[in-house]
Design a binder for this molecule. Structure first.
Ligand code: HEC
Length: 151
């Protein structure tokens, strides 16, 4: 009985792999990228890269397990939605009002510890932000927003 159940689950998991979905595209050359086009300290850009860029840029790094269904469904969905809301790879081409709104949302999301998503930090220890790191990002976003408004 147990053998049959285990076998059944195995067959199901293998079968599911045919329904993986399509991973959102990756591009390494992004001339409008936030970090490439702005003066940002290496501390802040390092945090953004480590904790946000997998879902909010075109430079997503896919870990091996992200290709395994059903994990792939959640990961690809987060990346598609994340990029829709905020894509740092397209920064320079965004309207000023959009940039300011993103930076304001960022202070709220990061300040309240809602970003990066918890399902992500469980697997990416280096993306787990300390209070100091969250403060650093929030303070940066506030002063950067003031700069953007002057552009
Ligand atoms: C695992 C993927 C993932 C990671 C990593 C991630 N985000 Fe998000 N982010 C999302 C998704 C999905 C949404 C859209 C849905 C939502 O708001 O939950 C989003 C939405 C946002 C929004 C818009 C929220 C709003 O109010 O509309 C901001 C700002 C944001 N993220 C900033 C960040 C920052 C800054 C980081 C890094 C510190 C980060 N995110 C890391 C997936 C991610």
């Amino acid at each position: 009985m147990i053998k049959k159940i285990v076998l059944g689950i195995g067959v199901l998991v293998v079968g599911l792999q045919f329904f993986r979905g399509t991973p959102p595209d990756v591009a390494s050359d992004n001339p409008d990228d936030l970090i490439a086009t702005s003066q940002i300290s290496s501390e802040v850009s390092g945090l953004l890269k480590a904790a946000c860029y997998d879902c909010h840029s075109n430079e997503t790094r896919y870990p091996w397990y992200s290709y395994i269904t059903p994990v792939s469904w959640f990961v690809f969905d987060h990346i598609n939605h994340g990029r829709e809301e905020v894509n740092f790879s397209e920064w320079a081409g965004l309207r000023k009002s959009k940039k300011v709104r993103i930076l304001k949302d960022l202070t709220e999301e990061v300040g309240e510890g809602k970003m990066p998503l918890e399902s992500y930090t469980i697997m990416h220890g280096d993306a787990q932000l300390s209070k100091e790191q969250r403060d650093l990002l929030v303070n940066w976003a506030e002063s950067f927003s003031a700069e953007v408004m002057k552009e």
